[in-house]
Ligand binder design. Structure first.
Ligand code: BES
Ligand code: ZN
Ligand code: ZN
Length: 493
């Protein structure tokens, strides 16, 4: 979609549709048919609350044929999140009528340049994210409609922060959409090798250096935990390492993404119901690649080492077994009690590897546990870590990004649940409860003392079960991308 920032009154812009945002005070005075609209709103019991919208036609002498009114809630409560939701809702509504162009009149006149930039950034994200659907495998039905082609964003006065914010919003949205597509792609298409090709394209486009290790190379590095997970599949593993090292960077950030292109559970096979959702078990690595795309565009002054241990967890004849004892790259041994707790095994080696890159801090993202979804529901990612200050930075980066994070503890006392009788650690807890925390504690075994580390369990938000604000049912969400980019931007500032 093409977007453009323009000045003027809502009725002065030529477009198929005008989107007009209104607060709960139902103040329609900027429109010539204002009184009539207030009347209509009352009649249909439209209150101007967030999430409400209605269409009106030919109510005024403006060039636009369709007027879409979108509720914004109260002025005091409206921030970037509300604007993202409002523009996304507008796009959904415009899609219902197969419209191709619109002009958006939403309140962007926040008090500070920073707030104005954040406002238009979020608005642009909502616009672009809601407009795109994963439709590439639908062939030849009905008349194809591919969403809005053009949108004008109305502001009262031209300001540089509007251009900067909208451009940043576009970069963040494109990076999120890239991650979404990777997650939505099925496992027969998106294999570890294909993911390595995607990394190669990014490396070429943005000048990152890239290393892709095959099975043999991983074997040489001693990645016994990661390779065990991969050994039951015909699709060979690929260990991906992208680095972005700008001149003058004073901080080196390690990003690690869980990359199971499919998780059947292995010999501890998952039930058939909804197993297809496990194509999304690489959403952590998709978020990392998505973030690298935005980092390539925005070029923050921070070094980033991005690591993804890609594999497919399958129950083939050569699959690893419950009872196996694995030697990880760190030297620690792991007793496998359940082959479906595979993500933490791949991450153990990925975390060991990234720490050899002399990173100052690490964020890992993983669709790690169903328990995290039980704890927080489908929208929130669980955030755990070993360093409160760094965890706070990650939480601050998530704020206003559209990613929802919620802190979870890593209680030392629960360590006893993952003790093994025969190895250094077991890959599952011996009790049923608190599975997101024991998974986090398992990962913590592989983090050196003194390295700030945050673990984001994105099992809930990675794949959307229902339509969300700006994401679509049964598609990847791109969860985590914008948090990572904002973190990199703040570290590079
Ligand atoms: N990939 C799954 C976790 C998952 C569940 C992601 C639901 C997204 C939605 C992970 O590998 C897994 O199977 N975890 C097990 C761990 C258990 C065996 C300790 C789980 O959560 O049941
Ligand atoms: Zn699993
Ligand atoms: Zn998994």
């Amino acid at each position: 979609m093409r977007w453009q920032i323009v000045t003027g009154s809502p009725e002065s812009v030529k477009a198929e549709a005008i989107v007009f945002g209104v607060f709960e005070d139902l103040d329609f005075t900027p429109l010539s048919a204002g009184n009539q609209l207030t009347e209509t709103a009352r009649q249909i019991r439209f209150k101007g609350k967030a999430g409400e919208a209605f269409f009106a036609f030919d109510l005024f002498g403006a060039p636009a044929k369709h007027l879409l009114v979108v509720g914004l809630g109260t002025r005091a409560a409206l921030g970037p999140d509300g604007l993202r939701a409002a523009s996304a809702l507008a796009v959904r509504k415009l899609h219902e009528r197969f419209l191709k162009e619109a002009a958006l009149a939403l309140p962007l006149d926040a008090d500070s340049p920073q707030a104005r930039s954040e406002s238009i950034c979020a608005l642009t994200e909502g616009l672009l994210l809601a407009n795109e659907r994963f439709g590439r495998y639908k062939t030849g039905e009905e008349t194809p409609y591919d969403g809005l082609h053009a949108c004008r964003i109305l502001v009262s006065k031209r300001k540089p922060e509007y251009e900067e914010g909208a451009r940043r919003g576009e970069v963040l949205a494109q990076a999120t959409l890239f991650a979404r597509t990777l997650v939505s792609e099925p496992s027969n298409v998106l294999t570890p090798a294909r993911m390595a090709e995607e990394a190669k394209k990014l490396a070429k486009e943005y000048g990152f250096s890239l290393k892709v290790y095959d099975e043999e190379a991983c074997e040489k590095m001693g990645m016994g935990a990661y390779l065990a997970v991969a050994q039951g599949s015909k699709n060979p593993p690929r260990f991906i390492h992208l680095s972005y090292r700008p001149k003058g960077a004073r901080f080196r950030l390690g990003l690690v993404g869980k990359g199971l292109t499919f998780d059947s559970g292995g010999l501890s096979l998952k039930p058939a119901d909804n197993m297809g959702a496990m194509k999304s078990d690489m959403a952590g690595s998709a978020a990392v690649l998505g973030a690298m795309k935005a980092i390539g565009e925005l070029k923050p002054a921070v070094a980033v080492e991005a690591v993804m241990a890609m594999a497919e967890n399958m129950p083939g004849g050569s699959a690893y077994r419950p009872g196996d004892i694995l030697k990880s790259m760190s030297g620690k041994t792991i007793e496998v009690l359940n082959t479906d707790a595979e993500g933490r095994l791949t991450l153990a080696d990925a975390l060991a590897y990234v720490q050899r890159q002399k990173v100052d801090a690490i964020v890992d993202l993983a669709t790690l546990t169903g328990a995290c979804v039980v704890a927080l529901g489908p929208d929130y990612a669980g955030a755990m870590g070993n360093d409160q200050a760094f965890l706070d930075e990650v939480l601050a980066a998530a704020k206003g990004s559209g990613d929802l994070l919620w802190p979870l503890p890593l209680p030392e006392a629960y360590g006893k649940y993952i003790k093994s009788a025969v190895a250094d650690v077991a890959n599952i807890s011996r009790i049923r409860w608190g599975g997101a925390l024991t998974a986090g504690l398992f990962l913590k075994h592989f983090i050196d003392e003194g390295t700030p580390w945050v673990h984001l369990d994105i099992a809930g938000p990675a794949l959307r079960e229902d339509d969300g604000i700006d994401a679509h049912k049964a598609e990847g969400s791109g969860a985590g991308v914008r948090t990572l980019v904002r973190l990199a931007l703040s570290k590079g500032a």
